[in-house]
Design a protein around this ligand. Structure first.
Ligand code: SAH
Ligand code: SF4
Length: 356
């Protein structure tokens, strides 16, 4: 079978080069062509020997997901819809802010975890993305955005907060993360690459060992009874164990805190009493909070918390000494906000919410 070179991080690419009888250091040159310069045609790789280019053409390919559509929002947010075959598509979003540019990347086609307030969760699960399809999103965005005139990178941060649960696609995630961090590829710092998880505890421990990047944990509720409903995975990995896992992660993390994400659902998890309970829950964990006003989608059954409720909730946390930011909703006019990334998912699980 033809190898897709985008599936290989530095270690694997060096291994492939030895297999085909080439010096492993040449792999670095190839990585720079593919990832720095966004090149996917061997014939343009001028400083690679012709014989090597021939060999690569025979045995390998650089296959990126194909671009279906590119959308620009009025606030500068950009979204790419990328086809990953068989009618499935995933979305990648770029969010420019002063001093940084963040790319939000998907890890799966759909998601099996069925969080009740998430549009991806409602669509069901089709399959994991390959490492090439994960890094291919950064490849596209990087190529489309280019660099600042001074050579500064436009994409300074990556968050694994698109469609899917990254920690349930562990090996491909780690390969893609390795490429994000590699100086011959995208050269991002560990602190600027964030994996967001709904709390897959064993995989959090493995990530700490294999590739400790910044970690965001989707909390959304201060007690097990409510979290069982909002994030069904909680029935398997309840809060007490999750808090302990967060503490273990912080020992390895490039930042000395966990970011807790908390979606603000009107009348569901946004009262003062919830905020007080939350303060108690996280008191042993070094953390910061990111409150995400709920982004509605058709038939979600939830509403966005009122601004006053968000402010009052935030005040309780801040008064307890916690650092809290409220996420500004971006890219509203192109449905690019959290939880709105729909892509196209053909649910292979044949799950039907209506029947449930
Ligand atoms: N599966 C991972 C990462 C993808 S979701 C996770 O759950 O953490 C990224 C973030 O968007 C999560 O915190 C998720 O809970 C949140 N989110 C999902 N649907 C949302 C919605 N409709 N409005 C606001 N945030 C949402
Ligand atoms: Fe999956 Fe995250 Fe959506 Fe939950 S919030 S269904 S884990 S993508």
């Amino acid at each position: 079978m033809t190898v897709n070179l985008l599936d290989l991080d530095a270690g694997k690419l060096a291994g492939f080069f030895s297999e085909i009888g080439e010096k492993p250091f040449r792999a670095r040159q190839l990585m720079r062509w593919m990832h720095h310069f966004g090149e996917n045609d061997f014939s343009n790789m001028s400083d690679l020997a012709k014989s090597l280019r021939e060999k690569l053409r025979e045995r390998a390919e650089i296959r990126v997901p194909s671009l279906v559509r590119e959308l620009d929002a009025t606030d500068g947010t950009r979204k790419w819809l990328l086809s990953v075959g068989e009618g499935n598509a995933v979305e990648t979003v770029f969010i420019p802010e002063s001093g940084r540019g963040t790319l939000c990347i998907s890890s799966q086609v759909g998601c099996a975890l069925e969080c009740s307030f998430c549009s991806t969760g409602r669509q069901g699960f089709n399959r994991n993305l390959s490492a090439a399809e994960i890094i291919g999103q950064l490849w596209w965005a990087n190529r489309a955005l280019g660099r600042e005139p001074g050579g500064e990178r436009i994409i300074s941060n990556v968050v694994m907060m698109g469609m899917g649960e990254p920690l349930l696609n562990f090996e491909n995630l780690v390969t893609a993360l390795n490429l994000m961090l590699d100086d011959s590829a995208y050269g991002l710092s560990r602190r600027r690459v964030t994996v967001s998880t709904s709390g897959v505890i064993p995989a959090m421990d493995r990530l700490a060992e294999r590739c400790p990047v910044a970690l965001a944990v989707s909390l959304h509720a201060p007690n097990d009874a409510l979290r069982d409903v909002l994030v069904p995975l909680n029935r398997k990995y309840p809060l007490k164990e999750l808090m302990a896992a967060c503490n273990r992660y912080v020992e390895h993390a490039p930042r000395d805190f966990i970011t807790f994400e908390y979606v603000m659902l009107d009348g569901v998890n946004d009262t003062i009493a919830h905020a007080r309970e939350l303060v108690k829950l996280v008191k042993e964990v070094p953390c910061k909070f990111n409150l995400i006003p709920f982004n509605p989608f058709p038939d979600s059954g939830y509403g966005r918390s009122k601004n006053e409720a968000i402010a009052a909730f935030k005040a309780v946390l801040t008064d307890a000494g916690l650092i809290v930011t409220t996420r500004r909703t971006r890219g509203d006019d192109i449905d690019a906000a959290c939880g709105q990334l729909a892509g196209k998912v053909h649910d292979r699980t044949k799950r039907s919410r209506e029947a449930a």
